[in-house]
Design a protein around this ligand. Structure first.
Ligand code: SAM
Length: 196
């Protein structure tokens, strides 16, 4: 499905980074793991800040465009083709993990999220923005499946071992390419792994 959406020259979510990520990028240390990186806009932005970035996605078409964007912007990113249902990130390795619009079924999250926490170094940060369940009533983007949408309660339940530095649901104006434009209901989370 995503290969079809990414076919063509247009960057579906644009080439500028997600605004929540851009606003808080100063909190992130490398290496950074970017889950469901897609066409590379967030990885390329983080690399332009001097961070070492590893982007993972299941779409080869998206990742090819990610590498093309990195080349065009004169930065290097590492991309890996992988299904997050099976992906095992390196343990105690990342200074930050980024998850932007990575809408995954709860069964995949239940396996992946503990591995994500394990992959962070002590003091490492998970930064996540997702459409919330309230987005189901809107037509401004995001999946039409409640199981893929988040709430602050789901974040607390599924990531109990991260200390929340920011956790909120809000409606904000999202302008991130053709597929994500307009007022949208989102969940934003910045969580810190204790121990440092
Ligand atoms: C809404 S797009 C977001 C892309 C990117 N994070 C951004 O903000 O531009 C969702 C991405 O999730 C990826 N994805 C969905 N399910 C996946 C899975 N099981 N494993 C890996 N990637 C997946 C898709 O290929 C797609 O690139």
């Amino acid at each position: 499905m995503w290969d079809e959406r990414y076919a063509g020259d247009e960057y579906v979510f644009g080439t500028e980074p997600n605004t929540f990520l851009a606003e808080h990028a100063g909190k992130l240390a490398g290496p950074v793991l970017s889950l469901a990186e897609g066409e590379g806009r967030n990885a390329v932005f983080l690399a332009s800040l001097g961070l070492d970035v590893h982007g993972v996605d299941a779409s080869p078409v998206g990742l090819a465009k990610a590498q093309a964007l990195a080349h065009a912007k004169g930065v290097a990113i590492r991309t890996e083709l992988a299904d997050l249902a099976e992906f095992v990130p390196e343990e105690n390795h990342y200074g930050a993990v980024v998850s932007i619009w990575a809408h995954l079924p709860s069964a995949i999250r239940a396996r992946l999220y503990p591995l994500v926490v394990r992959s962070l170094v002590p003091g490492g940060i998970l930064l996540l923005e997702s459409y919330s369940e309230a987005q189901l009533a809107r037509d401004t983007g995001g999946p039409k499946d409640l199981d893929l949408l988040m709430t602050t309660a789901k974040i607390r339940a599924e990531l109990p071992n991260l200390e929340p530095l920011l956790l909120q649901e809000l409606v904000r104006d999202v302008v991130e390419g053709r597929r994500h434009t307009g007022l949208a209901a989102v969940v934003q989370f910045i969580g810190r792994k204790p121990g440092d």
